[in-house]
Design a protein around this ligand. Structure first.
Ligand SMILES: O=C(O)c1cc(C(=O)O)c2c(n1)C(=O)C(=O)c1cc(C(=O)O)[nH]c1-2
Length: 599
């Protein structure tokens, strides 16, 4: 959309959920710097009145800021030129029962802007276009159906003449997808499923042309019965793999399964942040775990769950797709954001996966340049083969029905979850919030009933070997080697912001909003906000002044147990036990507010 493109050229705006189409979370605003940051003070705050986890960030266009709360997804449009007066508000009517179908708290990750409209993806599946001027509804479409367990938590992404949205529900056996709607009238442009026939995953003869080995029917050999207790999977080497196969979205769901044609309930949720490269017209996104979490009842690689895909924006057809965790045994969703960056005239795509590896691809071809563990505690796999993208699994951490596998690192919520990393073109480094959590994982038998939870595993979580639950680290994306690492008491469940003055901002679950030196990680400033922060740090300019901000409001998977007062170790899929100390830092529940700072 022309107005969105124009807005993104002015660094005073934050017109995209991650600032720009490249998803870097970077701002060229430079008023706040290492010298004066000690003078950074609270400028204004805004309470959303909603006491659940607040993720994402507002969007800012000119003098207007648009923000959305956790369920029921109330929107406020504030005039930054008039003391943040409420110009309009929009309170959608949603059936409260949808809250029971959201797996990991009542979160939403923000709004989209473009074509004079504000786009809201409601938790209940409605995608709504509002007039940015007065909040009047222009169109709405039903994207997902909570009756079958499908919901939405992603921010709508406006790209050219389309708005993209996704699908959550892999804990309910939903067959998820990414969909593109036309900005003008909400008509469907294309929809690409994560599992199923090529005609529905939108793979064609040219998909993975540059890397035919990504199109393998099988990348592991069963050892001692594979899925059976005591069994495991040996990686096939590139020379042993036959590539160029078709229809893998159905053929990698082998039999016998818990449910006939498991791909029809195969998960592959899509709820991250999606970058776009105008040079190639490619949009990138990750798909989540295969349903159900019990791996024994879905033999095979379960494509294209756990996959990063690059699609043509106009047609939706996949240019390339690489599966990161074939035959997932741990819920290592591949949904985490992809970040695009340029180096030496080439564009690369970077992705810190839940499985504990950071991946760098040639953005255009999908060829893998580097894949490394983000932290040495990752133990389920030793390494990743750069030719095939396949990790070598360690049988000691394979999971099997009715067997409680212990000491698996990372835990299901990964070395990073929804919280997006940021890139600085000034330092050439990626900055990633980290979870430092390990788990026990016991797959159990579970029957599919439409609209009911279909998880199929019990887990407990605990701090990793450093004795802390989280951290924050900088990586060189050309090698994925760590440059510096700070420990955090809890997971850093908040998205990062980098600025032209080599500052990196992020929030913590124990209520700090922090700025560190991008070169060294040294802490330069911190402020205590009203509740744990799981939102994304962002910045904007107004009347010559730079502001930085962040939502506070504890929640998400890490905080949902605290919000609901759950205390048994396995509650909230293991988060209740793992994050029980959060109650020492947060008054339950939630506490949604926006916190904004300036010099
Ligand atoms: O499979 C899914 O459909 C699905 C959806 C979501 C979501 O929509 O928030 C999460 C997850 N899975 C998930 O695995 C996960 O770790 C997670 C964390 C969060 C969060 O907001 O903190 N959401 C989700």
């Amino acid at each position: 959309a022309a107005d969105q493109e124009a807005a993104m050229k002015d660094p005073n705006n934050w017109a995209h959920p991650r600032g720009q189409h490249n998803n870097q979370g970077y701002s060229s605003l430079a008023q706040i710097n290492k010298g004066n940051i000690k003078n950074l003070k609270a400028a204004w705050t805004f309470a959303t009145g909603v006491n659940r986890g607040h993720e994402g960030s507002p969007v800012v266009v000119g003098n207007m800021m648009y923000l959305v709360s956790a369920f029921p997804n109330n929107i406020y449009a504030l005039d930054l030129n008039d003391n943040q007066k409420i110009v309009w508000s929009y309170f959608p009517k949603q059936d409260p029962s949808v809250q029971a179908v959201l797996c990991c708290d009542n979160v939403t990750r923000g709004l989209g802007f473009g074509d004079g409209k504000i786009f809201l993806q409601q938790n209940d599946g409605m995608l709504v276009a509002l007039d940015a001027k007065d909040g009047k509804k222009i169109w709405e479409v039903k994207n997902t159906d909570p009756k079958v367990g499908a919901t939405n938590t992603n921010a709508p992404h406006v790209i050219k003449d389309k708005v993209l949205t996704g699908c959550s529900g892999a804990e309910f056996g939903v067959r998820c997808f990414i969909a593109a709607y036309n900005l003008k009238d909400g008509s469907l442009a294309w929809k690409a499923y994560s599992t199923g026939p090529d005609a529905e995953t939108l793979h064609d003869a040219n998909t993975n042309k540059d890397n035919p080995l990504y199109n393998a029917l099988s990348v592991y050999q069963d050892v001692n019965g594979g899925n059976k207790e005591g069994g495991s999977f040996k990686r096939l080497e590139a020379s042993q793999i036959k590539g160029g196969e078709k229809e893998l979205g159905t053929r990698t769901w082998l039999k016998p399964q818990a449910i006939k044609d498991g791909w029809q309930h195969g998960g592959g949720s899509v709820w991250g942040w999606w970058p776009y490269d105008a040079k190639t017209n490619l949009v990138y996104y990750g798909a989540g775990n295969p349903s159900v979490w019990n791996p024994d009842v879905r033999p095979g690689d379960n494509k294209w769950s756990m996959t990063v895909t690059a699609r043509d924006l106009d047609t939706g057809v996949a240019k390339w797709a690489m599966q990161m965790t074939p035959h997932d045994e741990w819920d290592y969703d591949g949904v985490n954001e992809v970040i695009l960056f340029d180096k030496g005239g080439k564009t690369y795509a970077w992705h810190h996966d839940r499985n504990g590896f950071a991946y760098t691809w040639n953005a255009n071809t999908g060829s893998l340049i580097a894949a490394e563990k983000v932290h040495p505690f990752v133990n389920w796999a030793a390494d990743v083969d750069l030719k095939t993208g396949v990790p070598s699994k360690d049988g000691r951490y394979s999971t099997h029905q009715d067997y409680n596998a212990k000491g698996i690192c990372p835990a299901a919520l990964g070395t990073k979850d929804q919280q997006p990393a940021a890139y600085s073109p000034k330092t050439g480094l990626m900055y990633s919030p980290l979870n430092h959590v390990c788990m026990t994982y016991e797959p159990v038998e579970s029957k599919y009933v439409a609209g009911q939870p279909w998880v199929g595993a019990t887990l407990t979580m605990f701090a990793g070997p450093d004795g802390v639950m989280g951290g924050f680290a900088a990586y060189d994306p050309m090698t994925n080697k760590k440059v510096w690492y700070n420990k955090e008491k809890f997971s850093a469940w908040s998205g990062a912001l980098t600025t032209a003055t080599d500052l990196v901002f992020y929030g913590t679950l124990d209520r700090w909003f922090k700025a560190v030196d991008a070169k060294s990680g040294k802490e330069l400033w911190k402020f205590q906000v009203g509740s744990g922060a799981i939102g994304n740090a962002f910045t904007y300019g107004n009347k010559g002044k730079q502001y930085v901000g962040i939502f506070s409001g504890i929640g998400g998977w890490a905080g949902v147990a605290m919000n609901l007062g759950m205390t048994s170790d396995t509650d909230a899929l293991g988060a209740a036990g793992g994050y029980k100390e959060l109650t020492k830092y947060n008054a339950a529940p939630g506490g949604g507010a926006l916190n904004v700072f300036a010099l």
